[in-house]
Design a protein around this ligand. Sequence first.
Ligand code: ZN
Length: 315
Amino acid sequence: MYYLGIDLGGTNIKGAVVSEAGEILKEASRPTHNELGAEHVSDEIALLIHTLAEGFSPDLIGGVGLGCPGTVDPSSGIVRYANNLHWELFDLRSALKARTGFLVQLANDANAAALGEAAAGCAKDAESAVILTLGTGVGGGVVLNGKLLTGYTGAASELGHMVIVDGGEPCTCGRRGCLEAYASATGLIRMTREAMAGHPDSLLHAVTREQGAVDGQTAFLAREQGDPAAAAVIQQYIHYLSLGIANIINCFYPQVVALSGGVANQGERLLQPLRREVASQVYGNQYLEKHTEIICCTLGYRAGIIGAAMLAKQA
Ligand SMILES: [Zn+2]
């Protein structure tokens, strides 16, 4: 049996035909054209489903899954709120059923990506995994025994919105001090800018001129050249991230915590100091025989597509 996995983004809709083992057999994408509204986006998704299914016997297509940004109700198929699509209470499952005949399984996109990494990526064969995406925001997904933790309402694992600094920096969600406000690329860029303002002699300025703008790599690049202000930014960033990860481990004790997103491209430069900081905060760490592995994700954007297909397989 094959499954279709779709990742709905604000700019593009990406999809693939995926085997039961999580291998991609065929990929395609279409522009989202979100400015034309939810009904039009549903037309685009339906066209993508037709393109993907072409050439495969209908008897061999086991179902369709879709990862969507925002708050999604997996049982009803309603997208409750997706702020970057400007959607509110849109019945995406009914819209796609009417257009394609498929009963599409839905999940939040970060959750779908977590399921993809657990099924076919960095956490393949792990009994449990938590995936954290460090991008513009901080997304998260929790996979326990191969299944997504969705919670009572479907909105579980908003790990980026655990408060790590009471009364801290404002977060996009309206609260203050969320992990997202510190551990996202956006948070790292803010801390880098603050360091630049306080250290006019820092190499951060030269690196920024070379790059054209401050981004999530700026502080890492300046630190490599021996800049102390950049080293302090990275140390502070890793400390904040370690608070979130230690909290996650103390809640779930997963076999794997895996990081994705732009900042995670630093690989071992980020992971080595992070593992040390996390270890000192894990409950009972020195007495445990087994420890959570902290690693990087391996599937990139395909995690969301493969995970969406796995939603269909599990339905
Ligand atoms: Zn928040």
